[in-house]
Design a protein around this ligand. Structure first.
Ligand code: ASP
Ligand code: MG
Length: 409
């Protein structure tokens, strides 16, 4: 018999009927003899609704009061779920983050968990009770309510699983697992049986928004077996696991194709080719708290360089105006921006042991006549920046070039 932490997201508890269906799912596990700790999110749309109310009151809502407000969403769900479990004849008890004592630091709206008191939960479980915990929230050392950032219930689930040494942390959501790429773009995308923590982090940070990134980091650090699966259908979902366990299996070179349209390109043209110039440009951007992703500097011709980098689309105007300011000082020729770009990445731990992955990627794109504007690589990822209008074509071409397509039935 195992101990499972199960987290149900907003859509899974979006209506009272859905909360009743979650109760049936939990009871199914309980009947098999398992201990279950359930973590729930606010009913779908609720957190956004609360944030909108706050913005009606204060342009920049007070962070402490914001946490008092938004933590109520999850409190509603835990009570409703316990009521329906009891109605169905099962003993259950709800806990807010503070009642468990999920101790966090005091960074309101983005707090980090420091310690979890497992005593009460353990004694409930030993008395046969189902434990229901509010996701997304904790308490600081002064007793203030804190929250863990948007999507933070995933992190609550993983942290509880780590603290309780659960057999598995199951994240129930509205998709039935992690896919080789977005099935809305590539019809033949496949659900992955397994993916490593590292790959999942790359996929998540590149825009596959299945899990809060921090929860994946946490699960990797504490080696919590993490499974993503659907609330609405039965199936094994996707297991997120350590590299070593995975290495024994037959490994594909590339596990998935991630992409996003969140970035824009900024170039400063004709800057003098001299030491300190790139540093001057990029520190000015960094000082404005703008994050830079891909950077390319061409080889200098006639003592002039072009430097191009990408930033989030929301930051492109700010970045451009900073460059305009320093471009006079540097004697640069021109600043240009382009937000009609997209980033496409291939991700896989299998790349570590395979040569020729980049050339396979680039020829797949060349065959479709897609021009690569920028390239960046890491040990388990290659990303390219291309014209936005070819994004879907590129994803499809790469998906089949790396043989990720579903076998025809
Ligand atoms: N309710 C919070 C949010 O919407 C936390 C969560 O759902 O994980 O961000
Ligand atoms: Mg959520």
């Amino acid at each position: 018999m195992g101990l499972f932490v199960q987290k149900y997201g907003g859509t899974s508890v979006g209506t009272t009927d859905r909360i009743k269906a979650v109760a049936d799912k939990v009871i199914g596990f309980k009947k098999q003899g398992h201990d279950v700790v359930v973590v729930v999110s606010a009913m779908s749309g609720e957190t956004n609704r609360l944030i909108a109310l706050a913005k009606d009151m204060q342009e920049k809502p007070d962070p402490r009061e914001m946490d008092v407000l938004v933590s109520t969403g999850e409190q509603v769900t835990i009570a409703l779920l316990c009521m329906t479990l009891k109605d169905k004849g099962y003993d259950a008890k709800s806990y807010t983050g503070g009642q468990v004592k999920i101790l966090t630091d005091s960074a309101h709206t983005k707090a980090r968990i420091q310690n979890i008191d497992v005593e009460n939960m353990r004694s409930d479980l030993s008395e046969g009770r189902i434990v229901v915990v509010a996701g997304f929230q904790g308490v600081d050392e002064h007793g203030n309510i804190t929250t863990l950032g948007r999507g933070g219930s995933d992190t609550t689930g993983v942290a509880l699983a780590a603290a309780l040494k659960a057999d598995e942390c199951q994240i129930y959501t509205d998709v039935d697992g992690v896919y080789t790429t977005d099935p809305r773009v590539v019809e033949s995308a496949r659900r992955l049986e397994k993916i490593t923590f590292e790959e999942m982090l790359e996929m998540a940070s590149l825009g596959s928004k299945v899990l809060q990134i921090r929860s994946v980091e946490f699960a990797g650090k504490y080696n919590v077996p993490l499974r993503v699966l659907s609330t609405f259908s039965d199936g094994p979902g996707t297991l997120i696991t350590l590299d070593e366990e995975y290495a024994n299996m037959e490994q594909p070179v590339v596990s998935g194709i991630a992409f996003n349209r969140d970035e824009a390109k900024v170039s400063i043209l004709g800057v003098p080719d001299a030491p300190g110039v790139a540093s001057k440009i990029l520190s000015a951007i960094g000082d404005a708290n703008i994050e830079i992703d891909v950077i390319v500097q061409n080889v200098a011709a006639d003592n002039n360089n072009d430097l191009t980098f990408t930033v989030h689309r929301n930051d492109v105007e700010k970045a451009a105006s900073i460059l305009e300011d320093i471009s006079e000082e540097l004697g640069a020729r021109k600043v240009v921006t382009d937000d009609k770009i997209a980033k496409v990445s291939i991700v896989g731990v299998g790349m570590r042991s395979h040569a020729g992955v980049a050339s396979r990627m680039f020829s797949a794109l060349a065959n479709e006549n897609i021009n690569i504007q920028m390239i960046t690589t890491s040990e388990i990822k290659i990303s390219v920046i291309i014209d936005e209008k070819y994004l879907e074509l590129a994803v499809r071409a790469l998906h089949s070039a790396f043989e990720l397509d579903q076998a025809a039935e």
